[in-house]
Write a protein that binds this ligand. Structure first.
Ligand code: HDE
Length: 760
């Protein structure tokens, strides 16, 4: 009997694992069928186009080899193959000795597939790991030709570009809207070779000498014991370092300002930070700083909004950039240069141009526009392009040279070196996204991942065997010649120049240039960040740093921390504010801004339609938010598609909110018709806690809020005064929209933001 039982069990198990026999019936469940997989087995016509994968089908049924040129080696053909081009009949099952048997080592397809997968990840960037990028074009105005012979800056020259934006501290999967500096790196594929402008959205840096870079980054990255916090500066090691190393004060203050939490990559300025040397056709030189100015205006999040987005949509900036480009709202920046005479002192109006912790106020040296950048295409493949792009401050073109800024010197080493680990060898320049558009004729050979098949026998110079080729270029042929700069006779020392010791005058200049609202944001940011610090001594030391910038700033932060206010050691530096440093007080285009329209079961759909159309006509994006998905007014001619539901919408996605109220009795309401879709019966927007949350947040975040009919009820329910600035409730919906759009031009309704009168 034991034998019998065992046999029965074995039969049953065999039945289960073999899928229940040819009918596919699951054992024990008569009549059952396995789920069907509805994958097409023949290509559909027409085959969806796949960029860069359009080579001819290289399969030759006769077994003859097919001539595939290098450019056509990208993926092609309709059939699944191995990496070697062998066509496959199955990719779902390992090769086994019977369905229940062991997997065989001879399964070359399994081994190749798993081997490749095991190595899909490459090391993320040691800094700036989190990023998003886009392709575009740079068109020069020709205004720079008086100071540089760079061919791509000549009038109307158009140069393809690839731009990568990034945060600095977080890992590749970290949230976009953390408080941090943003990278703004541009690769210009010029006819004279690649020029990389590897900048940030903050015009100064934490350190004056590259040798300190590992220190500042170790301090900012997560603590080495627990690896927390991720992508944050609000922790002990960061504040320990920046208070002990006070040359970081200026950059830290910018990080605590609105610049640390941009609304979008599209609304950030960019800065080359260092002073560069421009060289004209005659060899005359001028010192210059590079600036990117966004056409959409400079605009930031508010801190609570940034924190909510980190959870609600960690890809906020990445999505925003890609969506805008896909929608045809191509982001634009003007490139500008500040110019300074190339004197032996390398100072301008007393400001040391080689000190990367200093700016030159635009009021002293205006930013002169030299061209416009338009981002017009999203990457096709994130890894191939955004991840593998490699920028380098040493990628220069004739007409642009470096200076002796010691921070720049270290970068000139670092950006090549880091790619050896990150991209696995010295041939990263051959990866498609990094390839120059100029002809390459170098004598670099071999190395990991060598993609080129070099001809000739003499990769050395001078040679006679390859006829002396390749030849040098004189200046007329576009040869790059370093500027013969006089190096001062000096002793070899590990020292900084005396001017580098001024750590507080420019932080004070920046502070005094901000409006009261912006100053309140700075105070709140320091109070938040230092409030997260555990060590009392570190908080106190940072307050002593703030005392050197401004007594009010120091006092307010001290109050928030519950600590005594220290006295400054030095007298406050006397500086002239630079209004150009403030982000507020301007009017900007509203194209591309997103307006949420909250609609519930009782609204007047014709008004909603009219408002939606007016938003679209203004080049903005209306998103209809209703209790449930589907369409509103399904029975009529022009149903309104619901884009967000009360469950999926959150205020942070919208630049302004409109609330469609319920019309007075007797007017057409569509509620009953949509009851089936779940959009009609609820008391809806006036009481739904999710809508009230949205309204409360939009109000706190200084966003324009509009409403018509009985919308005021919801506002009152959440405690919003309908007479508050930027809250527009009227009967005429289109008039409401008009006022909301006017307010959007200023980005936010800052009058609503509570500021202390004594902020100065
Ligand atoms: Fe970078 N930086 N950096 N940096 N940096 C890198 O290069 C470095 C500095 C900046 O989207 C790394 O390929 C040193 C200033 C951007 O791919 C690395 C020093 C500025 C990006 C590196 C600095 C920047 C990087 C990491 C001090 C603004 C992202 C991966 C001497 C002007 C580029 C890589 C991208 C990336 C080193 C300081 C901007 C390790 C040693 C100042 C935008 O090479």
């Amino acid at each position: 009997p034991i034998r019998e039982t065992v046999d029965k069990v074995v039969d049953k198990v065999t039945d289960v694992v073999s899928g229940g026999g040819p009918s596919g019936e699951i054992p024990g469940r008569p009549g059952s069928r396995p789920p069907t997989v509805d994958e097409p087995t023949e290509p559909r016509e027409p085959l969806p186009p796949k960029p860069d994968q359009s080579g001819p089908d290289p399969f030759s049924p006769t077994g003859q080899s097919v001539d595939v040129s290098a450019a056509e080696r990208a993926q092609g053909g309709e059939r699944l193959t191995t990496a070697q081009g062998l066509r496959l009949v199955d990719t779902d099952h390992s090769l086994k000795a019977g369905p229940r048997g062991p997997v065989l080592l001879q399964d070359h397809h399994l081994r190749e597939k798993i081997m490749h997968f095991d190595h899909e990840r490459i090391p993320e960037r040691v800094v700036h790991a989190r990023g998003a990028a886009a392709h575009g074009v740079f068109r020069a105005y020709g205004t720079a030709t008086t100071v540089t012979r760079a061919a791509f800056l000549a009038k109307d020259v158009e140069t393809p570009v690839f731009v990568r934006f990034s945060t600095v501290l977080g890992s590749r999967g970290s949230a976009d809207t953390v408080r941090d500096t943003r990278g703004f790196a541009t690769k210009f594929y010029t006819g004279e070779g690649v020029f990389d402008l590897v900048g940030n959205n903050i015009p100064v840096f934490f350190i004056q000498d590259a040798i300190k870079f590992p220190d500042v980054i170790h301090a900012g990255k997560p603590h080495p014991d627990r690896e927390i916090p991720q992508a944050q500066s609000a922790h002990d090691t960061f504040w320990d370092f920046v208070s002990l190393h006070t040359e970081a004060t200026h950059h830290t203050l910018w990080n605590m300002s609105d610049r640390g939490i941009p609304r979008s990559f599209r609304t950030m300025e960019g800065f080359g930070v260092h002073t560069f040397r421009l060289v004209d056709a005659e060899g005359a030189t001028t010192l210059a700083k590079f600036h990117w100015k966004p056409k959409a205006g400079v605009h930031s999040l508010v801190w609570e909004e940034a924190q909510i987005i980190s959870g609600v949509d960690p890809d906020f900036h990445r999505r925003d950039l890609a969506d805008a480009i896909e929608a045809g709202a191509h982001p634009q920046w003007e490139l500008g240069i500040q110019l300074f005479p190339d004197t032996p002192e390398q100072t301008f109006e007393g400001i040391d141009l080689l000190d990367p912790t200093k700016i030159v106020p635009e009021e002293l040296s205006p930013v002169q526009p030299v061209g416009v950048l338009t981002l017009n295409a999203n990457p096709v493949n994130f890894f191939a392009e955004t991840e593998q792009v490699a920028f380098h401050v040493g990628h220069l073109v004739p007409g642009i040279d470096v200076t002796d800024d010691p921070l720049l010197a270290g970068r000139l080493f670092s950006y090549l070196d880091t790619q050896i680990t990150r991209l696995g060898g010295p041939n990263f320049g051959q990866i498609p996204i990094n390839r120059t558009h100029a002809p390459v004729n170098d004598m670099l050979r071999d190395g990991f991942h060598q993609d080129a098949v070099h001809s000739g026998v003499a990769p050395y110079k001078p040679n006679s065997l390859d006829g002396g080729c390749p030849f040098f270029a004189g200046q007329q042929e576009g040869g790059y010649r370093e500027t013969p700069v006089q190096v001062p006779a000096a002793r070899k020392v590990r020292e900084a120049p005396a001017s580098y010791a001024d750590h507080f005058s420019q932080p004070r200049l920046f502070w005094l240039s901000l409006t009261p609202v912006e100053r309140e944001h700075v105070i709140a940011a320091y109070t938040f960040e230092l409030g997260k610090v555990y060590e009392q001594a570190i908080k106190e030391r940072n307050l002593r740093v703030l005392a050197e910038i401004d007594p009010y700033l120091c006092e307010q932060v001290a109050q928030g921390l519950g600590l005594p206010v220290p006295k400054p050691v030095n007298s406050l530096p006397s500086v002239e504010p630079s209004p150009a440093l403030s982000q507020l007080g301007h009017t900007w285009p509203t194209t591309g801004r997103i307006i949420g329209v909250v609609v519930d079961g009782g609204g007047d759909l014709d008004t909603v339609r009219a408002v939606r159309q007016a938003v679209l006509d203004g080049g903005m994006v209306p998103l209809i938010i209703a209790p449930a998905g589907g369409v509103l007014g399904a029975d009529g001619d022009d149903p309104v598609t619901v884009q967000r539901t009360f469950a999926t919408a959150r205020s942070v996605e919208f630049d302004a909110l409109l609330l469609a109220g319920t019309p007075a009795p007797g007017k057409d309401a569509y509620g009953a018709r949509d009851a089936k879709a779940g959009n009609g019966t609820a008391a809806g927007a006036r009481t739904d806690p999710r809508v009230l949350l949205m309204l409360g947040e939009a109000f706190r975040h200084a966003k324009p809020i509009g409403g018509w009919a009985d919308a005021a009820q919801a506002l009152t329910a959440v405690g919003i005064d309908t007479d508050a600035p930027g809250v527009i409730v009227q009967d005429d919906a289109e008039a409401v929209l008009g006022e909301v759009v006017r307010l959007l031009g200023q980005h936010r309704v800052w009058e609503r933001f509570p500021t202390t009168a004594a902020v100065v």
